[in-house]
Design a protein around this ligand. Structure first.
Ligand SMILES: [Mn+2]
Length: 315
């Protein structure tokens, strides 16, 4: 983050009202980064807005500091926006009229900000924010530590991701010393589920199909099944991760039917296949081992289209 630091600091110093933005359907990394920055900028006595375009946010993220400050309307008078973990402009879910700083670690990030700080080696966006705080001797309090840790532990898949290195563990240790509520994060993010979610997982496993000599696991979720189980759309992702543990599987695909004739596709890979390239084919993006997109069409039609692109990528 070093190269852009001076520009960023100068922009922040000059701004009066700063909007800190998480991407649509935010995760712990995006919202955790914005939350930690919110704590930091409060000290600078800036007028702040914590923003996310999604009105109904995954309640598990309520453990993040300042969650109750989240707003879903862009303030008109803001003179600077900073977005965190947003791989594309669409992920902002809104138009931006002021200057925009784009802080992210997605390889597919197009650099849509006026100033772009992109580090594809970072395991999480919170790692980039953490490095920025350290470089500038910005004290990390317990609130900031909890927010940064939540993004780290979630994006690193509980430190199991191949990108997990000594720096990731050192960051975790330092955040723990700063007062991060690691137990609270674990409980909220990984040890809390709903009965609806468990029932949904059961249905998804029952319908799971293997394709391409067992190298692809395919999961479907139509609107009817979702409403029958009462589960939230994001709750299907547990089954997607679990499918990835099957011995022969390189790539897992989850297709979720949405209202108004579109389908959300989530891809997970073991690193042998670049799933971001598959997502990019449909206008989406992500990381080499984790990507997604939204496309118009029916579940069946999209399945065949995705399979043919995937087969090509896997051959
Ligand atoms: Mn991330």
């Amino acid at each position: 983050m070093a190269a852009m630091n001076h520009v960023m600091i100068e922009k922040i110093e000059r701004a009066n009202h700063i909007v800190l933005m998480a991407h649509v359907n935010p995760d712990a990394d995006s919202l955790g980064s914005a939350s930690a920055f919110y704590s930091y900028l409060l000290r600078q006595q800036k007028q702040l807005t914590l923003f996310c375009a999604t009105p109904r946010i995954d309640r598990r993220l309520a453990l993040l500091p300042w969650f109750d400050k989240l707003r879903h309307q862009m303030p008109r008078q803001a003179d600077l926006a900073i977005c965190f973990d947003c791989g594309s402009r669409e992920r902002l879910g809104t138009d931006i009229e002021c200057e925009l700083i784009n802080i992210d670690h997605h390889a597919s990030n197009s650099g849509f900000g006026m100033y772009n700080v992109i580090d594809t080696n970072a395991i999480s966006t919170t790692q980039m924010v953490y490095d920025f705080f350290r470089e500038h001797h910005i004290a990390i309090n317990a609130k900031m530590a909890t927010a940064l840790y939540a993004g780290l532990v979630d994006d690193s898949q509980h430190f199991l991701h191949t990108k997990t290195d000594a720096a990731a563990f050192e960051m975790a240790a330092e955040l723990l010393r700063c007062g991060a509520d690691t137990r609270g994060v674990a409980k909220a993010l990984f040890q809390t589920t709903s009965l609806a979610s468990l029932r949904l997982e059961g249905v998804l496993y029952e319908q799971l199909r293997l394709r391409h000599d067992g190298r692809i696991a395919l999961l479907h979720l139509d609107l009817q099944t979702r409403s029958d189980t009462g589960a939230e759309p994001h709750e299907a992702e547990a089954a997607l991760h679990r499918a990835q543990t099957l011995a022969t599987v390189n790539v897992s695909v989850l297709l979720r039917e949405r209202r108004h004739g579109s389908v959300k596709c989530s891809l997970r890979g073991d690193g042998s296949v670049n799933v971001a390239a598959v997502a990019a084919h449909f206008g989406g993006g992500g990381h080499r081992d984790s990507a997604g997109f939204i496309a118009n069409g029916t579940l069946c039609a999209l399945e065949e289209e995705i399979m043919s692109i995937l087969y090509e990528e896997m051959s």
